[in-house]
Design a protein around this ligand. Structure first.
Ligand SMILES: [Cu+2]
Length: 146
């Protein structure tokens, strides 16, 4: 008799707890919004004072590719005061190839660079996150087919 009561209680409490847990978790879509980026090579406004240009160093193919970001002030001078981060993943298999929001390294010439592993042909998304003084000022996503 005790066992039956226990299992009834267990079923009851699981039924209550499970939906609460699901509701408490934020949905991935609501987390952050990425602005769709125009095609590589175009000037994209970052904030009132600066813009950036992004693109692969060479046309991307399977394997390693280098993503490059150049940031300039409105007066045309290179701006290296930002922190650039980002990931690369396949939207159709979200999470399968992502490596987290890795930081771009700044070259001696002031170019932001990051190696990106393109391990499969198909749809890809490269995200770019720009931070200034510890705050995110821009999030963009570049979608392309490999
Ligand atoms: Cu894949």
């Amino acid at each position: 008799m005790k066992r039956i009561v226990f299992s009834v209680l267990l079923t009851f409490s699981l039924g209550i707890i499970a939906p609460l847990t699901i509701c408490a978790a934020p949905s991935p879509a609501a987390k952050v919004a990425y602005q769709p980026l125009p095609k590589p090579g175009e000037k994209i406004s970052l904030d009132a004072n600066s813009y950036f240009i992004y693109g692969f160093e060479k046309p991307p193919k399977l394997g390693m590719a280098i993503m490059r970001v150049d940031i300039f002030n409105r007066n045309g001078k290179r701006d290296t005061s930002y922190v650039v981060k980002g990931d690369a993943d396949m939207p159709s298999m979200r999470g399968a190839h992502g490596n987290g929001e890795g930081e771009y390294s700044l070259s001696a010439k002031g170019v932001y660079l990051k190696p990106i592993r393109l391990v499969m042909p198909g749809d890809w998304e490269v995200t770019l996150i720009f931070e200034k003084n510890g705050k995110v000022v821009f999030r963009g996503a570049y979608l392309f087919d490999l």
